[in-house]
Design a protein around this ligand. Sequence first.
Ligand code: SAH
Length: 365
Amino acid sequence: MVFENQINELDSIMFCFFGLTLKELEDVIAGTGKEKYRARQLYRWVYNKGIYDFSMMDNIPKSLRVLFSDMFDMETINLFESIASVDGSIKLSFHTKDGNIIESVLIPEKQRLTLCVSSQIGCRMACSFCVTGKIGFIRNLETHEIVEQIIGAKKFLNGSPESPWEKITNIVFMGMGEPLDNFENVMRAIEIMKEPLGLDFSKRRITVSTVGLLGGLKRLQPGTAGIAISLNAADEQKRTEIMPINRMYPIRDIMDFARHYKGSQRERITFEYVLLKGFNDSLEDAKMLYELLKGVRCKINLIPFNESPYSQFKTPDNKTVDQFHAYLIDKYMTAIVRNSRGPDVNAACGQLGMAYLVSKKTKAS
Ligand code: SAH
């Protein structure tokens, strides 16, 4: 059993509560000789009711509450900054125990409140237009560090009585990092997010966004979560130019996967396409994108590029974006323009992790 060693040494070991699936929590508790059903009680208190202090859990005997508070670490990342953008999105920055920074973004949109979470610190993919890609890879996030971004955001909302939002409705893995490059931890985090006794997110409310790591995509069971693939160019050479990973997983292999993807009726793959001025935003590019995707059950998210001092690319003007969009709509493709949120506070797509680059620059000068 996974936790055998830890349980034998309980005196010295603490478990990160937010890294444990319900089944694992049951095993940990059973390993102490206590009743397994306490795990379900804990899940309800913590995830459902938002009570993180064991002393308040009044259907659990006092001695057990003491044991649990010695056993479980309930906070491994801590929120040190929240910055609101003029458009309503809020960037949350957390410190990890090893001194790194994790960023997440709360994005209100009509009836939805989406939390954009990070899966890694930095990223290995090195996409030329993305700020996080410029940092390079620092490390994978642990399962608990992924789940705790949601808990931290919930605590933040509870502590902001003026906020009209009560509940996070959607989770997207579009923050820092490549989620399928941290497969195991991301899958465990998704399992925890979906647990009906806990956070209870349905698979339709969780989206994993990937550069298209086909090994991971093939391992991902249909029904785990929504899939978004960052295509960003419809031509192999162009895609390789901005996304080096295209050498390993070229467009033709991604399309082969997409054509054979067996999701249920409502599970269409989303293709993301960042519009870069003068690079992939012409009508010719729109035509290529249409030729590539026609006949594939999918949605297209067009994201006008968010500029940053760390990339030479520019945002296309609205007219170009509209023309590109109109071309696809005219061909009966499902396409929407996603103006990504929070650019004024560096909270938009591909802008997370700026703090790392700023500190590098300051150190260098
Ligand atoms: N690694 C994953 C998730 C993180 S990036 C992925 O690539 O999908 C999330 C989305 O933001 C991707 O579609 C990416 O292409 C897009 N993106 C990155 N930098 C951007 C920028 N500066 N402006 C707009 N979108 C950007």
